[in-house]
Design a protein around this ligand. Structure first.
Ligand code: NCD
Length: 316
């Protein structure tokens, strides 16, 4: 079996063969999700706990649905109401939950690195559902599956990732994954929203949307992450939309069959034109949501298999 990972903490730790194995399995779950009987009970008897320390709509609901479709007992911790409010640390909370013998722990946290730290303390498999501006591996994997299905391949494509790159774990995980699969990645955005080390990732960097989108196969738009900004990064939303917002005129510089992506939640009229986002001939934003459930089912199944094998060998 080519998927070796014990946790899913980031794309950084995955090999191309592991990515392909996961996407192949996810493809099967897309078909299952479209049928009337959506259950595959590969996690029957297992316990999945979702701990979200940051707001989430798509990611949390799709992890919950993925676990339920695989037959796990799924518990969503209401982190706002938990003992964290009483001053308990992240690690204490995790150890308390660990004592209840969960098999899968899905964690989103505002601090980069918090999920890695937690994974070192618990005995179950940990899935990173987004940590600060570090990584969001299942988002990159669902984006990859969406691209592979729309374009028929996941290599030698030109992908423009546009907008608030500096604060985006989605951008980071995506550029790692797309790089591992040998695609050409361009980062497009204002210099204030571009990480200082951008050029070190081996990608092209530009602050000109028309240049960045030229002949692109995939245009991935990102949300302005205001909650991670502690000052003025853009002059005004109107000005930002004018220069960096995706509309039909800017998209015309990409290939005629280029697809438009956005991880959500979208700010219509800020980073993307609302009509374009809803255009089913160009936008695959709804497909991304559908792929999210399938990719999370595949990730949890593969980790559960490795967890069972480790326990059988006595090193779990
Ligand atoms: C992203 C996230 O939380 O990092 N959203 C998501 O998971 N669908 C992107 C964002 O919040 O803009």
């Amino acid at each position: 079996m080519s998927f070796r990972a014990r946790h899913l903490l980031g794309i950084e730790h995955l090999g191309p063969d592991e990515i392909t194995a996961l996407l192949d399995l996810a493809d099967r779950y897309v078909a299952l999700g479209r049928s009337a009987a959506k259950h595959a009970d590969v996690l029957a008897g297992m316990t999945q706990i979702n701990m979200f320390f940051e707001a989430s709509t798509r990611t949390q609901s799709s992890f919950e649905l993925a676990g339920k479709r695989l037959g796990a007992d799924v518990m969503n911790m209401a982190m706002q109401a938990s003992s964290l409010k009483k001053g308990e640390t992240l690690i204490d909370t995790a150890m308390t939950l660990n004592a209840m013998h969960p098999d899968l722990l899905v964690v989103r946290h505002p601090n980069s690195g918090a999920v890695d730290l937690l994974a070192q303390k618990v005995t179950c498999a940990v899935l990173n559902a987004g940590d600060g501006r570090h990584e969001h591996p299942t988002q990159a994997l669902l984006d990859a599956l969406t691209i592979r299905r729309a374009k028929g391949r996941l290599h030698r494509l030109t992908v423009a990732i546009c907008g608030d790159i500096a604060h985006s774990r989605v951008a980071r995980s995506n550029l790692l994954l797309l790089g591992k699969m040998e695609n050409r990645v361009r980062l497009v955005g204002p210099p204030t929203l571009m990480p200082a080390q951008a050029a070190e990732f081996g990608v092209e960097v530009t602050d000109d949307m028309r240049e960045g989108l030229r002949d692109a196969d995939v245009v991935m738009m990102l949300r302005l992450q205001r909650e991670r900004m502690d000052g003025a990064f853009i002059p005004s939303e109107r000005e930002y939309y004018h220069r960096f917002g995706l509309d039909a005129e800017k998209l015309a510089h990409a290939k005629g069959d280029a697809i438009v992506m956005h991880p959500g939640p979208m700010n219509r009229g800020v980073e993307i034109d609302g009509t374009l986002a809803d255009d089913i001939n160009r936008s695959v934003i709804q497909e991304q949501v559908e792929m999210g459930v399938a990719v999370r089912m595949a990730a949890m199944e593969l980790l559960a298999r490795n967890l069972r094998a480790a326990r059988e060998n006595g090193d779990g």
